[in-house]
Design a protein around this ligand. Structure first.
Ligand code: NAI
Length: 736
């Protein structure tokens, strides 16, 4: 099928000659209505004439095409777009093509040479495109072409002004491609080569004749067609050949060393490696580019490679000897850990937080008004102390470090963690126990922010095969696990880990290949790499934080867990919680196998909220929960007023994946109003059933409740008239 532009309105700037004329003719030949813009200048921007545009318009019309002329400069961007709207009522395609040259060696480039070139090429393209932008966005279709040049990409003697402007247009195009993509507004850049009055003095006549402008037009037409999904591309072309360009970056190398100043000498010494393009990387977005830069930070800012390994699969070893009196009380060399919001966010993602849950945003977005660090991030600065290899240098502790397992973890916070800074951790061997099959080392790590102690960790490390040294079996220094109460849990949260959970979590500093490398995992007796025990620990802790502490990190006091069995990335974690005063007991299972993976675990909170018992929240919680929490607060504040205004009881059934996920009752009839979660004992005047998603749409004002009702998205039982009062209650939450 040939590509038609019937019904499309195309503006080509500088279309009175050269390449622009070719585009205008080609678009018109395929049915487009074309605005032929040209100021009619000479190649340096001097003079002005309507003849150039008129001639092309006549040519198009003579062939039965539709075209109008526009004689404004691209610096009057709005006027050009207005011409399109006046003549044809819309604008679909903008080809930014107008251009002039003011070539000079750099030393001789005047202000005017510089400014004129920027104004016509870069600023002109900006102004014309901006004038078209909202029309394109609103109609959810738009195609934009920027005309760059090889001179900008590679540089060219005598074209400093032009090179700068032309590559500026590429930068502009890169960002427009991102901003426009969700509106089907695409922007691409071409660097053409064609014989024209601009190039006739630098090319041989033969070349001018053979590099015809008509060989450039087909790419421009394809990029501007609705079928073409290319966006943000850069193409070089001429004479019928077309190629695409992209960025390539050397693998590079890190020249900074842990705890040492970074020097220019280190850069010099690594120069060949920095510039070596073997196995080069081809980043395609800022995120990809950024990621490879930040991924080195954890390596530099934490250490070591002895990882957490919640299993008992390793074989016994006899190559150990332990002298407890020598070992206990030994201090490891202090370690420092520098971090900023990036590590906090990476950690939050690593333990499964997601923007799907609006209340996770405070842990994922540094611009959030309550941006916070997850409390369990407190293990990260401390683990550097354990993994830094310090244990192996302790005299009297001769154990096989390949057989070391992470058995238990205790973390206590003395204040909420900062979201950036440099923390120092001091580790001491608190005790060492003889468990027969192995030795249990209790490593206490105090972490300081300056002089202030902010958290304490106890790592219980099990050295398989290192038992039998005649030591004691228990210690009063051990933070012991506590079994949960023997009754049904008060709350259960089921949350899935992703296939890449371990790959993501390790970026927070636990580089043990057991969690990523299949062959390494096989050596440890696992079918596949396993999830970090401290990752499941993070999942469970945040489930408690959400369920019982409104996600408020300042309410978090301490957590203890015993790692009972490994979790495979991709499995679902089921956290069962029992509230006993300020202590929330937890047990975490793999949902698919029912295997208990975190046992004897608990979280201690400062002053628990009256969280609802019998709550089962599926996969990361409901968005509507937030809104109801807000409604609850509002009722507390102005309940009596609302009761007067509304005088009704509203029942809500929030569904998720077609099943009832939560029930709420907003009682604005009795007393001073109340909000109740769970089955309601009284009778609601009206009950609404709606999915979590649609509920949010309604609340955010994106879905009109009446429309939702008529389309079946909102089901109403009871006094339907009362739904009119809904907006009174919900509209205040639109800002959520
Ligand atoms: P051209 O000189 O034949 O066409 C440019 C047109 O733009 C002229 O008709 C001129 O009157 C018009 N124009 C100049 N200033 C204007 C303004 N302020 N407002 C409206 N119209 C204006 O040149 P050619 O070769 O067709 O170039 C088209 C574009 O392609 C230019 O942006 C040029 O920089 C670019 N380009 C061309 C290459 C080539 O090999 N021909 C190489 C790389 C880039």
């Amino acid at each position: 099928m040939s590509l038609s532009f019937e019904g499309r309105v195309v503006l080509v700037t500088g279309a009175g000659g050269g390449l622009g004329r070719e585009y205008a003719l080609a678009f018109a030949a395929r049915g487009a209505s074309v605005v032929v813009n040209d100021l009619g200048t000479d190649t340096k921007g001097g003079g002005k004439s309507s003849a150039a545009a008129d001639t092309v318009v006549e040519e198009i019309r003579a062939k039965g095409g539709k075209a109008v002329a526009n004689y404004d400069s691209v610096e009057d961007g709005e006027k050009l777009i207005q011409s399109a709207l006046d003549a044809f009522g819309r604008i679909d395609v903008v080809v930014n093509n107008a251009g002039i040259l003011r070539d000079r060696s750099f030393a001789r480039t005047s202000d005017l040479d510089w400014d004129l070139i920027q104004r016509i090429h870069l600023r002109g393209s900006f102004l014309v495109t901006r004038a078209a932008w909202n029309h394109m966005k609103n109609q959810k279709f738009g195609r934009i072409i920027m005309t760059a040049s090889a001179a900008g990409i590679y540089g060219n003697f005598g074209q400093a002004n032009y090179s700068a402007a032309k590559l500026g247009m590429l930068g502009l195009s890169n960002t427009l491609a991102i901003e426009g993509s969700k509106y089907n507004v695409h922007c691409n850049t071409i660097a053409p080569l064609a014989g024209s009055r601009l190039t006739e003095n630098i090319m041989t006549p033969d070349l001018v004749a053979s590099l015809k402008s008509e060989y450039v037009a087909p790419l421009v037409l394809w990029l501007c067609h609705e079928q073409c999904q290319e966006n943000g591309g850069l193409f070089e072309l001429g004479g019928g050949w077309i190629g695409k360009l992209r960025w390539e970056r050397s693998q590079g190398c890190t020249v900074r060393k842990k705890n040492q100043p970074m020097t220019p000498e280190a850069v010099r010494d690594q120069w060949d490696k920095i510039c070596d393009f073997t196995n080069a990387i081809k980043p395609t977005s800022l995120q990809e580019s950024f990621q490879s830069v930040v991924s080195v930070l954890p390596q530099l800012d934490s250490e070591g490679d002895i990882g957490t390994n919640p299993t008992a699969a390793a074989a016994a070893s006899s190559a150990s000897s332990i002298n407890p009196s020598e070992v206990v009380g030994q201090k490891l060399p202090p370690t420092t850990f520098s971090f900023d919001h990036i590590q906090c966010i990476l950690y939050a993602l690593g333990v499964g937080m997601s923007t799907k849950d609006p209340d996770h945003l405070r842990f994922l977005y540094e611009g959030h008004e309550s941006f916070s660090c997850l409390p369990t991030f407190g293990v990260i600065p401390a683990q550097a102390a354990m993994m830094g290899g310090g244990l192996s240098s302790i005299p009297g502790l001769d154990i096989d470090f390949t057989q070391v397992l992470h058995g238990e973890q205790y973390l206590e916070l003395y204040k909420p963690l900062p979201t950036s800074g440099t923390l120092t951790s001091e580790a001491t061997i608190a005790d060492i126990l003889d468990k027969g099959s192995g030795a249990l080392i209790l490593l206490d790590v105090n972490t300081f922010n300056g002089n202030e102690l902010i958290c304490y960790n106890q790592f219980s490390v099990f050295a398989v095969g290192a038992g039998g040294f005649g030591g004691k079996r228990t210690s009063e220094k051990a933070k012991a696990p506590v079994p949960p109460p023997k009754r049904a849990p008060d709350a259960v949260v089921i949350d899935s880990t992703t296939r890449d959970q371990a790959a993501l979590y390790r970026l927070s500093g636990d580089w043990n290949p057991l969690h990523i490398d299949p062959s390494f995992a096989a050596m440890g007796g696992f079918k596949a790499p396993i999830l970090h025990g401290l990752c499941s620990f993070g999942f469970a802790a945040r489930h408690v934080l959400k369920q019982f502490a409104d996600n408020d990190p300042s309410r978090f006091k301490a957590i203890k867990v015993r790692f009972a069995k490994p979790v495979m990335p991709g499995q679902s974690l089921q956290t069962e919680m029992w509230k006993e005063g300020n202590r929330i007991h937890i047990q975490c299972k793999v949902k698919e196998t029912e295997a208990v993976v975190l046992a004897g675990a608990y979280v201690d909170l400062h002053g628990t909220s009256e969280a609802s018992p019998e709550t089962v929240t599926q996969a990361g919680g409901l968005q509507s929960e937030l809104v109801f929490a807000e409604i609850g607060r509002r009722i507390k504040d102005v309940g009596s007023e609302l009761v007067k205004k509304v005088n009704a009881v509203f029942g809500w059934e929030i569904t998720n994946d077609g099943k009832t996920a939560a029930q709420w009752t907003i009682d604005l009839k009795n007393g001073s109003g109340s909000l109740h979660k769970g089955p309601y004992s009284g009778k609601a005047d009206v009950t609404f059933t709606v999915s979590d998603e649609d509920f949010m749409e309604v609340v955010q004002g994106k879905l009109n409740p009446q429309k939702a009702f008529f389309s079946g998205k909102l089901k109403v039982k009871g006094n339907i008239m009362l739904s009119q009062k809904l907006e009174v209650i919900l509209k205040d939450y639109a800002k959520l």
